[in-house]
Each structure stands twice: as C-alpha cells, then as structure tokens.
Ligand binder design. Structure first.
Ligand code: GLN
Ligand code: ZN
Length: 758
C-alpha cells in the first residue's frame, strides 16, 4: 500500500461526491447564456462543457482522489438530467429523445410553455427542477449523457464513479400531476434504475454513487416501504452501490439504509457527527463506510483533529479497508478555487478552503500527513487568536441582554392605538415592499461608480434624482406609505454586509444558484458590528421630500445569515444575534431621524429550518429572537413591518406571530390568498398585507381582480388588519407596468374603503 511522505499509517481511500461545474471563470454560465441568446452555436456550448469536464477530472486525479465522480456535470440541473436518463421528463413537453431545445424549454420559461417549477435543494441555495410525475410517463431510458461522461473520463485515463440520484429522492422531491400519487410509478421506476445499472455493469463500471439525501429527512411510512422494496432489487445489481446521504443524520431511517444492503454507505459527519457511533454499530460486516468529514457546503478549513478522530473511530471498528474519506456532500455548493482571490484579507484567506483546496484536505486526512496536520493546526490557531474573530464589546453586549431587550414596550393591542393616532392612515392603507424598478440606467450608474468611471458625487446626485422621481411617482399614484426605492442597493444582503465589521467579500466565490445563475455570498468571518449607520442617509433624504410617511427598509438578521457563508467556529445563533444587535442600532437611528415606519425583511426565515422537524423549535426560537432583538428597541408609536415571500409559511405561523411585527406583508396573489385561512385559524392578531399582485410577471392585474382578492382577505380578516401591497419588491419590473399596476391597486383599496363609509 502506498505511504505518503511524512505519514505513519497507510493511505485510506478518498472520494469526491461532485465537483462545481461552472468552471473557474464561470465559463459554463457564459457559454449557456451565449447559446440562449443565439451568440454561440450548440457545438461551441458542447465544446466548452467538454473542456470543463476534462479539466475538472484532471484536477481531481492530480489531487489524488480515488473515487472521482462522473455524471455530476449538468447543463442546467442534475434532477432534470436524472429525468432525462430515466425517460421521465414531464409529458407536457412532449416525449421521445430530449433535444437541447426541449431540455432548455423544460428548464426555462418560453412563449409557448411555462418551465418546470423550481425549488430549493433541501436547505441549500441551489434550486432544482421539480419532477412532474404522471401515469403516462414512458420511462424510455436514455443513457447517452451518463455513458458519454464515463467514456470521456476513460479517454483521459480516469475511471469514474458515476453519480445517480436515487429513486426515493426522485419520487419524494417531485409532485404528482393533477393529484396523481407519484409512488404509483414505483415499479416502473425500479425497472428503469435496473436498466441503467445493467448498462453501467456492461461497461464494466464497478461503483455507482446513488444519492438519497431524503434519507436525512422525516419520511412517511409509504416512502420508507418503497425505499426497502426498491433497494431489495437494486442492491442485487452487479455494480456496487454507494448509498449516499447528506445534509443531516439518518436518524430513524438508519435501519432501512443499512438493510438496503448496498456495498457502501456515505454519511454526513459534519452536520451530524453524533450519528457515527450508531452507524458503526449497525453496519453489516461487508459494508464500506464513506466518512463525510470535510464540509461540502461551507468554505472554512476543516479542523483536522475533529476529522481525524471521526476517521480513526471508523477505522478502529471497520479496518482501513472499509473506510473512505469524503466531503460531507457534493462540492457543488462551494466555489471552485481560492487561487484567484487576490483581494481577500490575507489572514482570512488562510482560513478558507474552496473545492480544489478541499480535495487536498481529503487527501491529507486520508494519508495522515503530519506536515499538513500541523499546518492545519497552525491555521486554526491563527483563526482562533485573531482579534477580528472576537469583538469584546459585541460579546459583552450579547451577554448583558435580558428578556426586555427582546420585547416591545407595550403589547400590539396598545401599540396599534398609538400608531393609528400617530400615522393617521386610512383603512386598507396602501404601500409597496421597498424596491422600485432597477432600470438599465440605474445599473449603468452603479457599474460606472464601481469601476471608478463615475465619481461618488455624480453617482449620489443620480441616486438623489432617482429617489426623488420615485417619490413623486408614488405620490401621484396615491400610495399612503412611501419608500425611497432602494436604488442605492445592488442586493439586499451585500449592501448591508459592506457596512458591517466581520464581513468580507470574495472576487470569484461564485456558487450555482440555478441554471446559469450564480451567487457570490458575503463571508462572515468575525464578530459582527456596525461602525456607522447604513441606511439613515438615504431614508432621511427621502423622508425630507414628502409629507407622507416614509418607510425605512432593512434586511433582517436571518436573511443576512442565510445568504452568506457563515463562520463555523461559533454557533450560527450567536452570529444571528450579533447581526440582530447591529440592526437594532440601525433601527434606533432611523427612529431618531424621524422615521415612523421601519420594515425588516425576512424572506429567508423559513429556508433556515432544519431538515428534521424535531430540530425546528430550537432554530425558530433563536431566529425569532434575532428579529425581535433587531426591532424591539423602538417606541410604541414606531411601526415595525416585516416581509416574507418565496415559500409557504403555514407550518411556521406561530413563529411568524412571535416576531410581533406590527404589520407583515406576504406573497399570496398567486395562491389566491390561500394563506389567509391559516392566519385566520391561528388567530393572527396583528396587521397583514397579503400581496394582491404577482411581481414576477409583467402582466398588469385589473382593479377588479385586486379588489376581488381584497374581498377574499376581508372574508377572513378584520378590516383594520388589512394592508394593500404587491407580493414583493418591484426591482425586476419596468416603470410603465409598475405605475399601472400600483394605480389599479390603489383604486381597489379606495373601492374597498368605500364599502365601510357610513
Ligand atoms: N425590500 C426588498 C425589495 O423590495 C425585499 C425583497 C425580498 O423580499 N426578496 O426588493
Ligand atoms: Zn419578497
């Protein structure tokens, strides 16, 4: 057995579970977008993709990874690819061979068809396309892509372990068309997988990685029954299966996972280190364990001492031959490599590891490399000792917090009386969610200022003009509560992160969000504090331009947390509260500047929910407190708003109520106000603005249509509870449709009011 330099024990095997596919410079993104716009040919797109795959295999091989994935590449999404492979793409797009045209029609909206629905991949910020299961699906297996990647890698001298998403995850994450039960397709699906595995066996493939991340979630009995049935058949296949779970613990699904009798099992020991013991005890004698000990979805260096102790515990029980060292999940969720980062603070850079660097960590761990281990210990010590990691005054403020810091001075029932007198708003007050169209002109000025082509004076003069004209338009439309329009903000998290201590930014730290879209999350590396006001200048300027109430706009602590790479050396809850404290100072300053209404957006509150329901309570408790910390310092007369969108909130309603915001605005136009029934059932006490028009589409809803939705709201809520607003911010819309839609919206509110005039 090969022995690495400086190591004492034989090298364990290493595996990677998936590599970022965009390319170092996001080459795939540009190739895709070029192809969609007609600027690049299909051949050029295919060539770029092939070059990227080759490069990624080569670098994994050079790093010394033993099990290198294939079929982890995708032109858009791995769930869609899996449907193509199984011959189970939605019937409404046609049947038979999937051409590139049809592939992208399923992924992207077109004139003819709305695309497949897209939703978040577990609790990550990656979005997958939701399978549409229906009785007529043909299951004409198409292994072209799978075999192409296998062959391409072989041509380069790399034997890969192809990745498939397993049958349970595919069924569980999909939706049945028109109430169809996806599990009725169980047998057909199992046959299709058998066919795929049979084809791989013919190609002399020895191992397949079969991902079943749903095993880390709570599953209904019929799902587990299907899982047992499916794997009883699949585990007999001539290729060895590495049943791959991640994002949380197996929990009560452990026994089903073991009894599937796959040749190997992969578990996430970063999210769920405690499961190691029970898994080791349960494994059957011949099974191999893949130890996920390098975090696949965050960017920090691994603590080798922690990883080593997990690995040695596994080796002691199973023997070195039965242990594989792996990342916790696919590296899809981290950026490509650190080399291109030239502007990061040097010290912080020393604590970071992107995908390529994580491969090196895996190999160092597997070979117990002493030099690497001591370099790792030194970097960890440097991180722990850095002044920026710990801000004494922030820590002292957090320790000194008492119950009253999380509680408004008076209950809502009293605040509302004071606020009504203070604000003098009509019944059914109208407002917007914050942003107004970010036109090409706005983006042009921002880019010019960023590149140094436009002076700060000139840029700010432009922003003042844009803000003033936005206020005049809102006055003309007749809105009751105005906003400044958010023209100075590029992004609702990055804008705040740039003001806060404890945050830094990468130049190339892109992560795929969906399709060709990538995000570059800010990095929270130290204690968070607010050296100076962040929004007071623009909000106060806007307030000075009008006699109507001006609403201040902030992004909430949980949303800032969720959309950043968060440090892992203190609990997330502590970072959330630090952000809460920083926002509390901002809220206080806005109030002092005479702003009477302050909105703290929390669209990401729900997406932070743990995968296991038993863990929800703990999360919701600290998350709600982070919001309350940010918003509780104000006087009764100051009205706190919050806003949520993107998903269903029914199951966290008690926590939404516990935020104790005076007013909440929520997305609900598309679901025809369905959400209100839950608010009614829960007896939601405060005020609500259920969105009356969908901002995702340029369509302008009529006054009647919005009046109709208001009528539905009036059926379930008290009139004084109801606000009138769109579903979300208007930044992606154009001005003409925005003015028209808001004008109709205000007319709907006026009409609703008239029914109460006696
Ligand atoms: N205030 C933000 C806006 O209007 C809210 C965005 C969001 O909810 N995602 O754009
Ligand atoms: Zn929104």
């Amino acid at each position: 057995m090969p022995v690495a330099a400086g190591s004492t024990s034989p090298k364990l095997k290493t595996a990677n579970l998936g590599f970022p596919r965009m390319g170092r410079q996001r080459e795939l993104k540009f190739a895709l977008e070029g192809f969609w716009s007609g600027k690049r040919t299909e051949a050029e797109l295919l060539e770029t993709a092939k070059t990227l795959r080759a490069e990624h295999w080569k670098l994994q091989q050079a790093a010394g990874i033993d099990f290198i994935p294939s079929n982890d590449f995708s032109f858009y999404d791995q769930v869609l690819d899996m449907l193509v492979l199984l011959g189970a793409t939605p019937e409404r797009f046609g049947s038979g061979f999937v051409t590139p045209e049809r592939y992208f029609a399923m992924a992207r909206n077109s004139k003819e068809q709305t695309a497949m629905e897209m939703t978040k991949w577990f609790d990550t910020n990656y979005h997958y396309l939701v399978p549409e299961w229906s009785a007529g699906l043909g299951f004409g297996v198409d292994t072209t892509k799978l075999l192409r990647e296998l062959r391409e890698a072989r041509d380069l001298g790399t034997e890969t372990r192809p990745v498939l998403i397993g049958p349970l995850t595919m069924l569980q994450l999909g939706k049945g068309v028109d109430g169809f039960d996806p599990f009725q397709l169980g047998d057909k699906l199992i046959s299709a997988y058998k066919e795929v595995l049979g084809t791989l066996a013919q190609q002399n493939v020895t191992w397949v990685q079969i991902d079943e991340p749903v095993l880390a979630t709570d599953l209904p009995k019929h799902a587990i029954d299907f899982f047992r049935r499916a794997y009883a058949e699949l585990a007999g296949s001539p290729v060895k299966l590495m049943l791959t779970t991640y994002f949380d613990r197996l929990g009560d699904n452990l026994h089903a996972a073991i009894e599937a009798r796959t040749a190997g099992l992969h578990i996430d020991l970063v999210r769920a280190p405690k499961q190691l013991e029970s898994v080791l005890a349960a494994l059957s004698p011949e099974q191999i364990l893949s130890v996920g000990c390098v975090e696949g979805r965050n960017i920090w260096l691994t603590d080798f001492s922690v990883a080593e102790s997990l690995i040695s515990q596994a080796v002691e029980t199973l023997g070195a031959e039965r242990v594989i060292v792996a990342p916790s999940c696919s590296l899809l969720h981290v950026p490509h490599d650190l080399k291109a980062e030239t502007k990061l603070p040097k010290r912080v850079k020393g604590w970071l590891r992107f995908a390529e660097e994580k491969l090196s960590e895996l190999v160092a761990l597997a070979s117990s490399d002493k030099e690497e281990a001591s370099a790792n210990a030194a970097a960890l010590a440097d991180r722990a000792g850095a002044e920026s990691s710990t801000n004494g005054s922030v820590r002292a403020k957090l320790t000194a917090l008492t119950e009253s810091d999380f509680t408004r001075k008076s209950p809502y029932s009293e605040r509302t009386t004071v606020q009504r007198a203070e604000l003098g708003l009509p019944l059914f007050p109208t407002t917007t969610i914050g942003s107004f169209p970010q036109t090409a002109e706005v983006r042009k000025h921002r880019a010019a200022h960023k590149n140094g082509h436009e002076s700060t004076d000139a840029y700010e003069a432009f922003l003042r003009e844009a803000t003033e004209s936005c206020i005049r338009k809102q006055e003309e439309i007749g809105l009751d509560v105005l906003v400044h329009g958010e023209f100075e903000r590029n992004d609702m998290v990055e804008y705040f992160a740039a003001f806060l201590e404890g945050f830094t930014f990468t130049e190339n730290g892109w992560v795929q969000s969906y399709g060709s879209r990538c995000v570059k999350p800010p990095v929270i590396f130290g204690d968070v504090s607010r050296p100076e006001p962040m929004t007071v200048k623009w909000t106060d300027y806007a307030r000075s331009l009008t006699s109507r109430p001006m609403k201040g706009m902030l992004t909430g602590p949980i949303t800032i947390l969720q959309w950043s790479f968060v440090r892992n050396d203190i609990p997330r809850s502590q970072t959330a509260w630090q952000i809460g404290l920083a926002l509390r100072e901002e809220v206080t300053d806005l109030e002092a500047a005479g702003i009477r209404i302050i909105q703290v957006d929390e669209p990401a509150l729900r997406e932070g929910l743990p995968l296991r329901v038993v863990d929800w309570e703990e999360y919701l408790d600290w998350a709600v407190k982070a919001f309350r910390l940010a918003t509780s310092a104000v006087e009764d007369k100051t009205q706190i708003h919050t806003h949520m969108c993107y998903c269903e909130f029914e199951d966290v309603l008690p926590s939404i109520a516990a935020l104790d915001a005076d007013v909440i605005s929520m997305e609900s136009a598309r679901s025809k106000m369905e959400l209100l029934d839950a608010f009614k059932a829960h007896g939601y006490p405060n005020e609500i603005g259920p969105g009356v028009f969908d901002i995702h589409s340029p369509r302008v809803p009529s006054t009647d249509e919005m009046r109709g939705l208001l009528g539905l709201a009036m059926n379930v809520l008290k009139p004084e509870q109801i606000w009138v607003n769109p579903d979300c911010g208007l930044k992606t819309r154009g001005w003409p449709e925005t003015v028209e839609a808001l004008t109709n919206m205000c007319a709907a509110a006026v009409d609703a009011r008239s029914t109460f005039n006696t």
